[in-house]
Design a binder for this molecule. Structure first.
Ligand code: PMP
Length: 425
């Protein structure tokens, strides 16, 4: 019996079944683009812990900053006895996010918590109740964010009742919405909002610039700017959830930049902390500062160790120009996937930007989702030493999220494994 098997037996007896894992192997160490388990088995990493380890799993500057901070102090609670690094992380969020207006930021522990707080801020600032989200959206697993998330299984099933005043609008999904252009898809969404909710009741429109768990859905060009313009014209707060797309993942600091968006509020997490749990809300000073003193916070939000990691991760992103690295990854990965799609009737779409790329698998001859093949190909990749993830409302999207520091050689080795898995299936 392997060491992993042994740990797995203990896990089944100790860890709640509701908490899943993609692979049943237990990790001993991880580097720039690889994971090694307790038995010495190795995987190339096309998952990055779900788009977190953009700078790698053990980036030298992050390791050093964390070590130094742990030796100084681990926690005081910023709401009790503040420290400089929290302020410095907020300054970085203000500097790096799009929007030339005056901004403020606040720090939290997880993506879901950042989203909850962005909604709190928007409701408080506008005095309105409704939040508009989109088909295929994913915003987290807490009660409010479950309501904001679209997909039932596994995220919402029998976990209700959910928070009220959440309304869902149709998303631009070029493969599956009949090829509506961005303006047409936005008109459809706005029509739903105006007729079913009423602009005056809407505090915020919340959207992922590229949808993550929902299937790496890239809206048609013009969709996001049209929704943002409608929000602005109607006193509605436009919130970009950049938790998965942010921090160089899509080839820019933030995916909103691609269409010149300046969201009123942006939520961040994942890549921001170089592997430590930290999240943020950043945006217009008048909205952020509308909330009364003491209205935002939490025991651990902006923990000093996580702040040290975030500052070091951001420095690493700057030093290594990881936005360009994401573009380079796309320039290798995307053409390889497009070439595969040319000879594979089951690949209906290759999409995404930077190091956030996916293929959508269908039953040849139509658009029926092929979730079974998606799971089989992903498992074949795992068996051959490549860690991949699936996603999508229909479970038929294979997604690739390599760390932005992955070497070209590892990237190409991963593509070879994927190619074999797709061809043999
Ligand atoms: N929003 C988006 C776009 C996400 O991708 C995620 C996580 N997959 C979340 C929110 C929730 O983040 P967390 O898991 O840190 O709560």
């Amino acid at each position: 019996m392997s060491v992993s098997d042994d740990i797995h037996k203990r896990r089944v007896a100790a860890v709640a079944r509701g908490v899943g894992s993609t692979i049943p192997f237990y990790i001993e160490k991880a580097g720039g683009g690889t994971l090694t388990d307790v038995d010495g088995r190795e995987w190339l990493d096309f998952a990055s812990g779900i788009a977190v380890t953009n700078v790698g799993n053990a980036a030298p500057k992050v390791v050093e900053a964390v070590r130094a901070q742990v030796e100084r102090f681990t926690h005081t609670c910023f709401m009790v006895a503040p420290y400089e690094s929290y302020v410095a992380v907020c300054e970085q969020l203000i500097e790096l996010t799009p929007g030339s207006f005056e901004k403020r930021a606040a720090l939290f522990n997880s993506g879901a918590e950042a989203v909850e707080n962005a909604v709190k801020i928007a409701r408080h600032a506008t005095g309105r109740p409704a939040v508009v989200v989109f088909d295929h959206a994913y915003h987290g697993r807490t009660n409010l964010t479950m309501a904001l998330t679209a997909k039932n299984m596994p995220y919402k099933h029998r976990f209700g009742p959910f928070a009220p005043e959440v309304y869902r609008a149709p998303m631009s999904y070029p493969l599956r919405d009949g090829g509506l252009d961005g303006a047409e898809a936005a008109r459809k969404a706005i029509d739903v909002i105006e007729k079913q909710v009423g602009a005056d009741n809407v505090a915020a429109v919340l959207i992922e610039p590229i949808q993550g768990e929902g299937g790496f859905i890239v809206p048609a060009p013009g969709f996001l700017p049209a929704i943002a313009a409608w929000a602005s014209a109607n006193g509605v707060v436009f919130i970009a959830d950049e938790i998965q797309t942010g921090f160089c993942r899509t080839g820019q600091w933030f995916a909103s930049e691609d269409e010149g968006l300046e969201p009123d509020l942006i939520t961040t997490a994942k890549g921001m902390g170089g592997g430590l749990p930290i999240a943020g809300v950043v945006g217009r000073a008048d909205l952020m500062d509308a909330v009364h003193a003491g209205g935002l916070g939490g025991t651990y939000g902006g923990n000093p160790v996580a702040c040290a990691a975030a500052l070091a991760a951001i420095e690493t992103m700057r030093d290594l120009d990881l936005a360009s690295a994401a573009q380079r990854i796309a320039s290798i990965l995307k053409p390889a996937l497009v070439a595969l799609a040319e000879n594979d009737q089951g690949i209906a779409d290759v999409r995404g930007r930077g190091a956030m790329i996916a293929v959508e698998l269908v039953v040849p001859g139509g658009l029926d989702p092929d979730a079974a093949r998606t799971a089989a190909v992903s498992q074949a990749c795992h068996a051959a030493g490549l860690l991949t993830l699936t996603c999508g409302t229909y479970g038929n999207v294979l997604r690739f999220l390599p760390p932005l520091v992955i070497s070209d050689e590892d990237l190409r080795r991963g593509i070879d494994i994927l190619t074999t898995a797709l061809r043999n299936d």
